[in-house]
Design a binder for this molecule. Structure first.
Ligand SMILES: [Fe+2]
Ligand SMILES: [Fe+2]
Length: 158
């Protein structure tokens, strides 16, 4: 039974985190299969490794939810995008990783504000790993000669 002391917003963050992590599993798995089909064996291997890392994140969230006495409830699995080339796939990854980083940063802030140090530390560890993922994707794009544009840069300021 659900612990009545759990803040509903904490459950919201966990549910959104599980949805995004499982979406990342689906996206990287799709990219592993696509790049394998394109003959890019090295890229396929990297995407398989990413798939495993995102799966491990999903597992940590499921563990935390069960520990809190709530049923895992991911409800919004995103369709994996398809693309014509590796750079296009990586731009989709950069967008997804940025979204996950933003979610975890918000979750850490919220948990700290309500004095929940344990869950703040839980989200902070995930935040560090996703920040590293986002940097790796940006570096990979840079090697391909593509610059990942943060969404904010697409807005015009006059
Ligand atoms: Fe992840
Ligand atoms: Fe990630």
């Amino acid at each position: 039974m659900r612990n009545a002391r759990i803040h509903p917003r904490l459950l919201g963050y966990l549910g959104r985190a599980l949805s995004l992590e499982l979406s990342a599993v689906q996206q990287y798995l799709t990219q592993a299969v696509l790049t394998q089909a394109w003959g890019l064996a090295e890229a396929a291997e990297r995407f398989r490794a990413e798939t495993a890392e995102e799966m491990e994140h999903a597992e940590r969230i499921v563990q935390r939810m069960l520990m809190l006495g709530v049923a895992p409830n991911a409800s919004q699995l995103r369709p994996a995008g398809v693309a014509r080339g590796l750079a296009e796939l990586l731009l989709q990854d950069a967008a997804l990783e940025d979204e996950i980083v933003t979610l975890y940063a918000e979750a850490v802030d919220f948990c700290r504000r309500i004095g929940d140090g344990d869950n703040a530390a839980f989200f902070d560890a995930l935040l560090a790993e996703e920040t590293a993922h986002a940097q790796e994707i940006d570096e990979w794009l840079a090697q391909l000669g593509v610059r990942a544009m943060p969404q904010v840069a697409e807005r015009a300021y006059f």
